[in-house]
Each structure stands twice: as structure tokens, then as C-alpha cells.
Design a protein around this ligand. Structure first.
Ligand code: AGP
Length: 350
């Protein structure tokens, strides 16, 4: 209990540690740039940067793919367990980045080993210095989140995204303005934590039959992460979808009993407005996770507000709101927040 420093759960403590963790992840890496191995900096144009990861780390990798592609760098993310059974064609000079908080996840280690055997160069992006991934890969970059005890990954997702954003900017040819925005993200995240309406929103929807999360671009990865967090610790049915995919099937599940969380980062406003209307027409209440003055917020029943920031980083702020939503929903349902059933912090079997 002493280690929880007054918080009821490690998860809540770790959510609140995020501004500090992000300051650590960024320290010395904005002005000088993050240190990246030369083989990655010089990898041939057109050879994709391939990420392998599981769970929350996979969602951080999807976020990174979006950032790299926006900078004209070809990138792909694979679930590590799928990479093992259906490996993509790898040649000498391929680059594979394993994103793993613990550095010990068997599926991710397996994928990295297969990549290495096929002649790829490998990089670990991890939280744990001295972990198997850090030792076995050609190089490692550390996310500096500090120890994470709660089974649900929270601060490590944010630290992974920030570290991968630094990496994306380093690999890019031009300055996109994200570095300046990154320096303001710890304070913006603190603002979200201090002004969240997640406890009220969790109470309003505690009897929902299912929860859906939708977004586009980086908000798609956040929708997947929001749903994973909620199912993991509340045991409620939750799904994340790319917003444009709703009409291709998932819309059949939408009813007045299924709140839809519309995550809008500032660059897909018109299309997200359309999505909101689409689900409202089926009676679903909409919670906008966005800037309170946006058109999506105006159309929604409820808002989980985030301050204005660079659209590529707004997903991080939205994600913090969703972490708190999951936490408060799990509390209302009396779930064992830090140790959900059937799950382990580090999955060391394939
Ligand atoms: C996240 O809340 C999960 N507990 C889980 O998905 C986790 O992210 C996954 O097992 C990967 O772990 P790693 O980052 O240590 O490799």
C-alpha cells in the first residue's frame, strides 16, 4: 500500500504519473533529437519500417505507423503472434522494431528472433534496460516510463507513443512542428487529469450492454486501446473500430444501450460528424473525446474534453481520458483493477 502513495490502485497512480513519465521520455531528446541507430536512419527508401508488438504495445505501434506514413516513410505493424505464423517477406536490410514494455513478451521475442534469422536488423523499443529484447536486438531505445505494476498498461503506452513520435520525426526529412508540440504535452496531459469528467461519464453508462470506440488516423489506434483497456479491467464488452468501417458491419450492433465514444483529434472533423449522425440515428448516445469547441463535441450527448494540441498528439490526451473511463467503470463494477482475471503483466509463453 505504501508503494501506491495514497492512490487506491497502481493503475490510478500510474495514470497520474504520465506527465512526469513523458517529461523523462522527452528529456534531452527534443533539442538534440533522439538517438537512432545509423542503420535505421540510413535504411533504403521504400523498405518499410516493420513493427512487431502485442496488446497495448501493438496499439502504440499502429500510432507510430500513422506518424511515419504521414512523413512519407513506409511502415507496417504486425501483431507479433501473427508475424510468427505468417511472416512477411524479409530480406537483408529489412528493419524490424519490437515495441514491448517489458521486453519479455514471448510472442514479440519470437517475432524479433525470426526477423533476425531472416537477415533483418532489429531494434527494441522497451521500458526495461537489460530485458531480453534489449539484449537480443541489434539496438535498443528506452521509453523511460519507470516501473509499471498494474496489469493494464497505461503510462507505458504514452511513453511509447512519445518515444516513437521522436523517432518518426528523426527519420523524417522536414520539421513538422511536432517537437515543439511534444514539449507541451506533459502539461496538457496534467490538465486532462485535473479536469476529467470520466467519473461522471462512467456512472452515466455503467449499465451499457457494450461500449464502442471509433476514430480515424491516430484516433483509430486509440479506439482499439480504449476498448482493450475497458474489456481488460471492467470485463465489459468493448470494441474499437476505424470510424469508416462502422457501416460495413459493426453498425448492426449499435443500439440505445451501446454508447459510442467518438475520438476526434482535429483533422477528421467533417467525417467524424457524419459518423456521429450515423450512430445517433440508431439511438446510440455519443461521447465525444475531443476539444470541447469542436463540431463533433457540439453534436454529441456528452464530452470527455481534451485541450487543443497538435492533431498527431491529441490521441495521447484522448487516451488518458479513456484510461480514466475504464478505471472508474471497473471501480463501479467492483473489479480487481490491478489484477484482472486470467491476465498476467508479462506473457512469457507463445
Ligand atoms: C495491456 O494493458 C496488456 N496488459 C497487454 O496487452 C500488454 O500490452 C501486452 O501483453 C504486451 O506486453 P509488452 O508491452 O510487455 O510486450
Amino acid at each position: 500500500d505504501a508503494q501506491k502513495e495514497g492512490y487506491d490502485h497502481y493503475m490510478l497512480k500510474e495514470i497520474h504519473e504520465q506527465p512526469m513519465a513523458l517529461r523523462r521520455a522527452l528529456r534531452g531528446r527534443i533539442d538534440a533529437g533522439i538517438e537512432v541507430p545509423a542503420w535505421l536512419l540510413d535504411h533504403p527508401d521504400g523498405v518499410p519500417v516493420r513493427f512487431v508488438a502485442c496488446g497495448t504495445s501493438y496499439h502504440a505501434a499502429l500510432y507510430a505507423v500513422e506518424l511515419l506514413q504521414k512523413r512519407g516513410i513506409s511502415a507496417q505493424a504486425s501483431l507479433a503472434s501473427e508475424f510468427a505464423t505468417s511472416p512477411p517477406p524479409l530480406v537483408d536490410g529489412s528493419v524490424v522494431v519490437g515495441v514491448t514494455q517489458s521486453g519479455e513478451t514471448a510472442d514479440t521475442l519470437g517475432a524479433l528472433r525470426r526477423a533476425s534469422e531472416a537477415g533483418a536488423r532489429t531494434l527494441a523499443v522497451t521500458n526495461v534496460v537489460g530485458s531480453t529484447a534489449a539484449r537480443e536486438c541489434d539496438d535498443a531505445i528506452f521509453i523511460r516510463a519507470g516501473p509499471e505494476i498494474g496489469v493494464a498498461a497505461t503510462k507505458t503506452f504514452s511513453s511509447q507513443v512519445v518515444t516513437l513520435a521522436l523517432l518518426a520525426e528523426r527519420l523524417a526529412d522536414a520539421d513538422t512542428g511536432i517537437l515543439q508540440a511534444l514539449s507541451t504535452v506533459p502539461d496538457a496531459l496534467q490538465y486532462v487529469l485535473d479536469h476529467t469528467t470520466a467519473p461522471q461519464v462512467a456512472r452515466t453508462y455503467a449499465d451499457a450492454s457494450a461500449y464502442f470506440f471509433v476514430g480515424r488516423g491516430v484516433a483509430h489506434s486509440v479506439s482499439l486501446e480504449g476498448a482493450l483497456k475497458l474489456k481488460e479491467i471492467s470485463y465489459e464488452h468493448a470494441e474499437g473500430f476505424p470510424a469508416g468501417e462502422l457501416k460495413h458491419g459493426p453498425l448492426a450492433l449499435v443500439t440505445p444501450e451501446t454508447p459510442v465514444f467518438a475520438i476526434e483529434t482535429g483533422d477528421h472533423s467533417d467525417r467524424m460528424r457524419g459518423t456521429v449522425e450515423e450512430v445517433q440515428a440508431r439511438g446510440a448516445p455519443v461521447v465525444a473525446v475531443t476539444h470541447p469547441e469542436s463540431a463533433v463535441a457540439a453534436a454529441a450527448e456528452t464530452v470527455l474534453p481534451i485541450p487543443e494540441t497538435h492533431p498527431e498528439l491529441a490521441g495521447l490526451l484522448a487516451n488518458a481520458q479513456l484510461q480514466l473511463l475504464s478505471y472508474h467503470t471497473a471501480r463501479l463494477l467492483d473489479r480487481p483493477v490491478d489484477k484482472p482475471r486470467n491476465l498476467a503483466k508479462s506473457v512469457t509463453v507463445e
